[in-house]
Design a protein around this ligand. Sequence first.
Ligand code: NAD
Ligand code: WQD
Length: 389
Amino acid sequence: MATPPFGCFDVIRVMAALRIRALSIAVMTSLGMAKGSYGFNMVAGVHDRHVEKVLVTGGAGFVGSHMCVALLEAGHEVAVIDSLENSSSVALDAVAEITGQRPVLVVGDCRHRSALDQVMSCMRPSVVLHFAGLKSVAESVVDPLRYYRHNFQTTAQLLAAMKRNEVFRIVFSSSATVYGDPEVLPVSETVQTQPANPYGATKLLVEQMIADVVRADSRWSAVLLRYFNPVGAHRSGLIGEDPTHPPANLMPYLLQVAVGRYDALPLCGTDYPTPDGTALRDYIHVMDLAEGHLAAMEYLQGASSGTYTFNLGTGRATSVLELIGVMREVTGLELPYVQHERRSGDVAALWADPSKAKRELGWVANRSLADMCRDGWAWQSKHPNGYCS
Ligand code: NAD
Ligand code: WQD
């Protein structure tokens, strides 16, 4: 039997009554979203499913917004807490347009106890999907303290709030960057972790913090998902990746060359020991990634207390030149590139052994590289300037 729906207005009323400034912004934001449904109606045909009340931290961001679509389409109830420091609430308008349902948005920082307590006491989530954090490798090298402080505090406060509010299941967005430059490929979860940059070190630190919390109290269980290279967008093209400029990653840069914001892609490294000299990565469609989280949530429903780690990747290695080739076919555009020296800290090859996720979660990434390029292009061509356009 499904848990009863809760309404955004309930959250807003409590927040307003408590006169919390950060949250009052959320009230305004929510009221500004005055179209679509505010409730959590069951999606027809899913009444027999186990409906979860899901709190999504960082749910307005790239992966989080796609996650909201997957959750709502699966019939779950969703609330988002996001500081919007690297995202826009417009992403959640688009989520509402795609799904016909609007996740509650609480604009608040997970480093603040009051914001977390309010949303948790209102919603009483059954599980937390934890995306909130800083994610730029380059920034983390320049300002490591900011990264350690932010990513550590965000998760430490979140775990403490979960404990206070008796929420004991969490799925954490970790990264393949924790593997650094592994000696064995493809990488399985048992490979020695050796992050090569402060961002990766913060991901490993948070993984360890979660595992320690779970070990200390048998009511807890956690899934740590190590993403490889999430790219693409929802097939509608209504949501997608909207990076700060210039984009740090390959796919968003290439898409911005496609819409004419940049003349050419810098091709970083053409002398790697790979078949065509460019680096190999495991690109995964962001909707496959979101579906991996649904599988992880289901897994946690039946799992005994513990911390479970899974790679989310396709198991396929793709070179930079191959990706450019597929994107050219999809867009019909020339997509110029200029040879550039290797990017500092880049590894020649990194791709996943995703067999544990297949075996234990029953999940595999189904979408092809052409799907990733087509859907990424659907987003970028409709939004040449991201959510501003
Ligand atoms: P993103 O920056 O688009 O999304 C993160 C969201 O968290 C943003 O909306 C941001 O405003 C919010 N946020 C940041 N700190 C916050 C805080 N303290 N309180 C509340 N909200 C906060 O990033 P993304 O690409 O969607 O990544 C989501 C998660 O997945 C991150 O933890 C990232 O490290 C991890 N990850 C991403 C990738 C990738 O390539 N995109 C790969 C591996 C892991
Ligand atoms: C892919 C390839 C570049 C840009 C990063 C993070 C990792 C994870 C995923 C969060 C590399 C080349 C890139 C460009 C290029 N994020 N490239 N020109 O570095 O594998 O992984 O995102 O957890 O932690 O490090 O992805 O997309 O930046 O690069 O030639 O303009 O494309 O050298 O070989 P990366 P990427």
